[in-house]
Design a protein. Sequence first.
Length: 242
Amino acid sequence: MEHERSYPISTDFAYFNQDGIMKPYGYQHLLAQLVDRHLDSIGMNMENTMDYGLGWVLRSISLDIKSPIPRGHSLIGKTWYSHRRGPYFRREYQFYDKDDNLLIEASSFSILLDLENRSIFRQKELPFPFLEPTEILLLDAKPSYKAKGEYSSIEDRRIRASHIDGMGHVNNCRYGEFSYDSLPEDKRANLAQLKHLEYYFQSELGLGDAFRMEHKEDGDNVYLRGVLDGNNKSSFDVIMHF
């Protein structure tokens, strides 16, 4: 069964801050490392789907931090495809330490992108073999989010060449970096108390795009978003619960 497979996952030193606490986008790198190894092992990686003119694109991530990730230690990761509704494919993730203690649980939603016309693949039948879902759901997660309320402007930024990945758009981990840079100083200093993360990737940003980072706070929640220049809707949203 897919959910019974496990993989060694390394924790890169660069994922941690000066206090030895994992930065928010470090968790994204762990998920990416795990799913890449898993898809390679079952012959369904990005290179395989691109042969069909399609590529996997993340739409959202929800992640619970059960216990701090130890710096310099390898983890054990498990992941499985759990559900499909329309164009959205849901996947679950778990990370354990060497003593089999659960450290992270996460769920993500992805779509297949038609690489020629940059549109969402919506056909019911896939052009390549695919596993049956293992319907074990870990979190209360959703594929989209609509920002509400008043946000404060933090800074203006622009997409540079180093932000673009092999899909020709901004890699999802870069949005985590942008958000971490915009996190209020008191929350950055209190990063060890971070309990829950949500990422929503609403629309593509490309080379040269100018965007504005905005944020608001509500109790223990910090809401961050990037707004494309000349627009008033989020290109991406990040929610951090402390």
